[in-house]
Structure formats: structure tokens, C-alpha cells
Design a protein around this ligand. Structure first.
Ligand SMILES: [Mg+2]
Length: 242
């Protein structure tokens, strides 16, 4: 049996990465008076990675990394109004409407009727809380957890705190690195639902083909209720056979 189903939020329940891709394109445009634009995206990614330990995830950190990148690639020539445009870009990102992915609005209420659901996301607390409130989904989640990273250690302490056995935990998300592999490492269940764009930081090599995948990959969230039912029946069968 599954006692708790946890969902990642960004690019699992609502669109997120497209906001960042769009902002990157806008940054390149903004820098055209100073710079050819070539290599800006790579430079921005390097800056984000350098800043991650200091600033964490989210739009505010991304804004600081965009500013730092702009200063560096223009060799300090970007002016005050140029910086202001980058700040405005970040404000637009924060105000962008929350757009649910396909099937989310139907599937979440259905699963919440039969299972305890948790929203488990990393990122900036203020930003994530605002998105959860605007998504209209908050009422279906018994628990909402906003963490700074999703490592084996973080999942372990979260499950202990909620007194959930890993074998009775199912995590659903679009990142192999954050949502799937750490949960599988603990002996939990994971469903991987890829989003059409993956942030470079979240990409990992897939486990070797020869090894059986210890997680399930679904094409979209609409297929999840059937999988959950199958998982619970399989568990029942095992218990009945003993
Ligand atoms: Mg995600």
C-alpha cells in the first residue's frame, strides 16, 4: 500500500522552465547593444551554478545571476537602465500566471480522494508559496513542503518526520536527479514524467540499460491514477500470498 504520494511542482504540476528559457532569450536581446549574444546562455548557466550555494534556487537568485552575467559579458559596460530592464524581466517572471500542465486539474482531485497527497518542491519559499496559492490546488494537498534541495538525506528526514516507510511512499516528478533517483535509493517508489525542457542542472545520465529501471516513466500525468491502482493491487497480491 501507498501511504503518501508526493508531487514535485515546477514542470510536474505547472509550467516553469519555459519562463526561464524565455527570460534567457530576452537577456540575449537586451545585451545586443553590447555583445553578440553568443555564449550568453552558457555564461549564465556557469554563473547560476557558482551562485547556487550562496543564493539557492528561484527567480530572485536567477535575477542576480542574470545581472552578474550581464556585467561580466559586457566587461562592465551595461548601464543602470540596462540593469533595470533585467530586474523588470525578473518581476515579469514572478507575476506570470501559473499555468497547470495537462491532466493536472483532473488527476489531483481524483487522487486526493483516495490518498494523502504532499506537494514537495524546492526553491524560494516566497515564490513557491505564491505559486501554490495561485494554482488553485492547495486544498488537495494535506502537506506542503518547500525544501532547499532534494537529496537522499532530505527525503530521509522528511519521511522520518512524517513517519512514512519508504516502501509506502511514491514520488512523482519531472527530474530524475531530484525527484526519482534519491527516492529509489531509499527504497521508495518513483514515477518520472519528463517535461519537454529540462534545466541543464537537473539532467543526469540515465541508469544503464542492462539494469532494470527501478522507477516507472509515464508520458503524462493522466496515466498516473491507473499506475497507482496497479501499484496498490500488486502490494495487496504480495501480502495476500504470504
Ligand atoms: Mg520540477
Amino acid at each position: 500500500l501507498i501511504d503518501l504520494i508526493a508531487f514535485d511542482a515546477d514542470d510536474t504540476l505547472w509550467h516553469n522552465e519555459n519562463l526561464y528559457s524565455h527570460a534567457q532569450e530576452r537577456l540575449q536581446e537586451l545585451l545586443t547593444p553590447y555583445h553578440s549574444g553568443d555564449g550568453v546562455v552558457d555564461e549564465l548557466y556557469r554563473t547560476e551554478m557558482d551562485n547556487l550555494p550562496a543564493f539557492g534556487y528561484g527567480i530572485k537568485s536567477f535575477a542576480l545571476s542574470m545581472i552578474e552575467t550581464a556585467i561580466r559579458v559586457t566587461a562592465g559596460r551595461i548601464d543602470g537602465p540596462g540593469i533595470q530592464k533585467i530586474i523588470d524581466l525578473a518581476k515579469e517572471m514572478k507575476q506570470a500566471p501559473v499555468q497547470l500542465l495537462e491532466h493536472v486539474a483532473e488527476v489531483i482531485p481524483v487522487l486526493s480522494a483516495s490518498h494523502t497527497l504532499m506537494l514537495l518542491t524546492k526553491g524560494d519559499l516566497f515564490d513557491q508559496e505564491s505559486k501554490i496559492a495561485r494554482s488553485g490546488l492547495a486544498c488537495h494537498f494535506m502537506h506542503i513542503e518547500i525544501v532547499s534541495t532534494k537529496t537522499v538525506k532530505v527525503y530521509h528526514s522528511l519521511l522520518s518526520r512524517h513517519r512514512i516507510e519508504p516502501q509506502r511512499f511514491l514520488m512523482v516528478g519531472n527530474s530524475l536527479r531530484s525527484d526519482v533517483l534519491p527516492v529509489v535509493a531509499l527504497g521508495g517508489h518513483a514515477v518520472f514524467i519528463p517535461y519537454h525542457v529540462t534545466w541543464a542542472h537537473e539532467t543526469v545520465a540515465k541508469p544503464e540499460d542492462s539494469a532494470p529501471a527501478p522507477y516507472v516513466q509515464l508520458e503524462h500525468l493522466g496515466l498516473l491514477p491507473a499506475y497507482v491502482e496497479q501499484l496498490c493491487q500488486r502490494d495487496d497480491g504480495t501480502e495476500g500470498g504470504l
